[in-house]
Write a protein that binds this ligand. Structure first.
Ligand code: GTP
Ligand code: SPV
Ligand code: MN
Length: 593
């Protein structure tokens, strides 16, 4: 039950606008959720999977035109256009509200309005923030229940406070041409219409925990980042924490849950997952940077997840999980996706729900010939993950030793390098570029600039965001985490990955932590410090010394070309680009001469 006046007033206003047949408050009770699941199965919105093999699991298919985030239809509606900056779409708030309310008007007719009170971060922790999402989708309710902390306790924690985030979601008729994901950072308001896909409609995730939160963080002196958080435990039982920002579908979930190579496991190394997608970071009373994962589950990429690549993620999906847009095995009522195993089901439906013939699979036309959509996902509770950190529910967070940037680069970026300083590290993050993936609509495999993996998620002017990073560094001083860049995706001339990746990425993490503790030297290059060939352990992996050398090469010609791209990218920021970033860029160009 809600008694908070500001919440009640808004819900009333929205009720009048969207005109639902019923209103249901989501209290977080299991009995209520069971009823909703049964209802969704009855209406066909979800398919109940094999209770023996996948207990509590369901399959959902989105509309065929609604399978990924829509960056072209995502807007930051700040009062001034310049505050959204050149990397965001902008709409004037008054115009945006008018248009959105017009679309939303009456759209719940014949439907139920679900009121979801949710907390990003452990309920009641200082770090946490509360939102209310109104939706006409049971799928959204059931996903939000996994991805965030939902229910009466959230309402109780809020009390009479007016410090909460408004979120209105209307499925409408899932019309692409009327799809809008709009953010009003100055009003703590999110409105999403005409979509039913995760990143567009689970408003606690990208919309709140990144776009709105990055804006709040800038004003309040903290950071909201597209980062995984992991703890690496050494044989002495000490755990050091790393936060890493990679663009969408570039390996965060996989790194966050990695299983060390056998040799390291035997020595006692372990990786603990704190988070796989979002980090909220603050400076603690000890002056260090502390990170919390505001989410409560994983909305992970299904394709490629298997017993070898990511056994922890796979294990997390074996119960109480919602699968979206994967293939359905009709013989045993379980799910399948490309890269799960080498036995595609013979009697199956593809992600669109059509009869599927796996022999027709064509790599060049994945969307139409694969069983699972390339951006098919699982929504799994964090508690299901065998390597979930004991600090996962800690409102205080974990202290970060290293920040790692990375992306998909066939050539330019070496396997790993360390920045020269925090300021230089911010520059390194600002020049991140990566090949696009199926996580957003549009072409796949095109290199684009994606600073700090936040291009689609920064809720304000990107140049001011760089400035905020610089400010944080000044406050952290010598307690600032060291900043690195990695690239698991270097390829040979035939396009094959030359680094084994996955669990073996732990070898790189070890070097990173050794650098943080001043235990190893490094080789200086124009872009930063790379490992001495002998300091990166490749014993037991199929990587020759020659390949390792190539992986660590910084090619001056390639990087000189890269500076042309950087210059072009920076142009749009004009005078708003911080001087420190310009200086770092000049420094790089000089070192490349
Ligand atoms: P979002 O949830 O979209 O933010 O993505 P993410 O960064 O969590 O990506 P995820 O870990 O799900 O990885 C996406 C894809 O990259 C999967 O198909 C993985 O199999 C693949 N991948 C992850 N790590 C590696 C790696 O070390 N090497 C290679 N070659 N592929 C990887
Ligand atoms: C991403 O695209 O970065 C995701 C998935 O993590 S979504 O929630 O759809 O944005
Ligand atoms: Mn993500």
């Amino acid at each position: 039950m809600i008694t908070n006046k500001s919440v009640l007033a808004w819900i009333d206003e929205m009720k009048t606008l969207v005109n639902p047949d019923n209103v249901v408050f989501i209290d977080g009770s299991e009995s209520q959720l069971e009823e909703l699941r049964a209802q969704a199965v009855k209406s066909g919105e979800m398919i109940k999977l094999n209770e023996d093999l996948l207990p509590g699991c369901y399959l959902h298919r989105t509309a065929v035109n609604d399978v990924a985030r829509v960056e072209g239809r995502t807007f930051i509606c700040s009062k001034k256009e310049e505050d959204a900056g050149p990397t965001n779409n902008w709409m004037e708030p008054k115009k945006a509200y008018e248009m959105l309310f017009n679309i939303a008007k009456g759209s719940y007719a014949g439907r139920t309005m679900y009121i979801i009170p949710y907390s990003m971060g452990p309920v009641g922790s200082e770090f946490s923030k509360i939102g209310f999402e109104l939706t006409d989708s049971i799928y959204v309710v059931l996903n939000m229940v996994i991805m965030t902390r939902v229910g009466q306790e959230v309402v109780d924690a809020l009390g009479d406070s007016e410090d909460w985030i408004k979120g209105l979601h209307c499925k409408c008729n899932i019309e692409e041409e009327n799809r809008y994901i709009c953010h009003f950072p100055e009003d703590n308001y999110i409105i999403s219409v005409n979509s039913g896909y995760g990143g567009n409609v689970l408003l606690g995730k990208k919309c709140f925990a990144l776009r709105i939160a990055s804006f709040l963080g800038k004003n309040e002196g903290w950071m909201a980042e597209h980062m995984l958080i992991l703890g690496l435990e050494n044989p002495q039982g000490e755990i050091k924490y790393i936060a890493a920002a990679f663009p969408s579908a570039c390996g965060k979930t996989n790194l966050a849950m990695l299983i060390p190579p056998e040799k390291y496991r035997k020595l006692g190394y372990k990786v603990w997952c704190v988070g796989d997608d979002i980090a909220w970071m603050r400076i603690g009373s000890d002056g260090r940077l502390w990170a919390v994962n505001p989410e409560n589950g994983f909305f992970g990429v299904a394709p490629g997840t298997n017993e070898n690549s990511n056994p922890n993620a796979l294990a997390a999906t074996r119960k109480n999980t919602i699968f979206t847009n994967v293939a359905l095995n009709l013989d045993n009522n379980t799910v399948w996706w490309e890269g799960l195993d080498k036995n595609p089901p013979k009697n199956a439906l593809n992600w669109k729900g059509e009869k599927w013939d796996y022999t027709k699979y064509d790599k060049a036309d994945k969307v139409n010939t694969s069983g699972a959509h390339p951006n098919s996902r699982f929504t799994a509770p964090a508690v299901n993950c065998p390597c979930i950190s004991s600090e996962f529910n800690s409102g205080k967070g974990v202290p970060i030793s290293a920040i790692v940037f990375g992306g998909r680069r066939a050539k330019a970026a070496p396997l790993v390098y360390q920045s020269r300083s925090w300021q230089n590290g911010v520059f390194v993050g600002s020049i991140m570029a990566s090949e696009t993936t199926a996580a957003a609509t549009g072409a796949v495999g095109v290199v684009r600039n994606d600073p700090m993996a936040m291009k689609p998620f920064c809720g304000y002017h990107m140049a001011d965001y760089f400035g905020h990073w610089l400010e944080m560094g000044k406050k952290l001083g010598d307690k600032a985490p060291k900043i690195f860049n990695v690239n698991w995706f270097r390829t040979d001339d035939e396009g094959n990955f030359i680094w084994p990746g996955f669990g073996d990425n732990m070898r790189v993490l070890n070097w990173i932590l050794a650098r943080c503790e001043d235990k190893v030297d490094a080789v200086e290059t124009p872009i930063g410090y790379v490992p001495n060939i002998d300091d990166l352990d490749i014993e037991g992996v199929d990587v020759s010394e020659e390949t390792l050398k190539e992986l660590l090469t910084v090619d001056k010609d390639v990087w000189t070309k890269e500076t042309e791209n950087i210059a072009k990218f920076y142009e749009q920021f004009g005078d708003r680009l911080p001087k420190e970033i310009k200086d770092e860029f000049e420094g790089l160009k000089n070192r490349l001469k």
